[in-house]
Design a protein around this ligand. Structure first.
Ligand code: ADP
Ligand code: MG
Length: 242
């Protein structure tokens, strides 16, 4: 846990630096995009291939920058109280076509059996869920199952778990997954899990990784539930403490 905390500190420093650089880079890239489009019009022979490579590398730069910008804006949203069950079912609905395409089944298992209220940045939390589901799908083979569950932890906490039957990770990998830019994927950014960790910690929560090579991975998000104290008042509206 201590190691995870240290990483979140370095992440926000990276985020701040990224904010200023990314905005400048975005302007420069818009112009490169424009001239690449012009080049495409007159490209012949080998140049067609070269221009296409420039194009796809630009796509990659843009997705990296988009993730950078999200990381650098941890306070661009107000905290709100929202229902995790609703957020998870929204996200599963969005991701289900991608899973179906790969013949992977996603199940949502709400073991609490009702709404679960938490307080934080709803949009970021949903993006974090999407990151976790994407990782699970990318690690999973055909015919496997991904179970997203809401599990009671104690009166003050809930666990959101993402359990896949994918490739799993080595112990060394598990130690590195929260490092910004750590990736084992050719097209990866290595910013997904650092983002999820920062989101969890910003809500007073924690993130745990359990994984076994060749068996699968279970990512657990432990979050404090938003307490609605059972306030009782007397005839004059004064709060009664029982
Ligand atoms: P990226 O997905 O861009 O590689 P992430 O930060 O999301 O970056 O993940 C970092 C690394 O953690 C991945 O490259 C992969 O090696 C490992 N990983 C994350 N989630 C899983 C999972 N569910 N199963 C196996 N490996 C995973
Ligand atoms: Mg990822």
């Amino acid at each position: 846990l201590k190691r995870q905390m240290e990483h979140s500190g370095s992440l926000s420093a990276i985020g701040q630096l990224a904010a200023s650089i990314a905005h400048e880079l975005k302007n420069a890239m818009t112009s490169v995009r424009g001239f690449t489009e012009l080049l495409k019009l007159s490209a012949e022979g080998d140049s067609v291939r070269y221009v296409n490579v420039i194009d796809s590398e630009m796509d990659r730069m843009e997705s990296l920058m988009a993730e950078f910008l999200t990381l650098s804006k941890p306070t661009d949203q107000e905290d709100e109280v929202f229902d995790l069950d609703k957020s998870l079912s929204d996200v599963v609905t969005v991701m289900d076509p991608q899973a179906t395409m790969r013949n992977i089944a996603i199940f949502l298992d709400n073991q609490v059996g009702g709404p679960v209220l938490v307080k934080g940045k709803k949009h970021r939390m949903k993006q974090a869920f999407i990151n976790l589901i994407k990782n699970a799908l990318e690690a999973s083979g055909e015919g496997t199952t991904l179970i997203v569950s809401l599990e009671h932890y104690d009166d003050g906490h809930i666990v959101v778990a993402f359990g896949d039957e994918g490739s799993g990770m080595t112990d060394l990998q598990i130690k590195q997954v929260f490092l910004p830019f750590f990736t084992t994927k050719r097209e990866g950014t290595g910013l997904g899990l650092p983002f999820v960790l920062e989101t969890a910690e910003s809500m007073g929560g924690h993130l745990f990784v359990k994984s076994e090579l060749g068996k699968g991975t279970r990512i657990e998000l432990l979050l404090p539930v938003h307490d609605r104290p059972n306030v009782q008042t007397d005839a004059d509206g004064a709060i009664l403490i029982s």
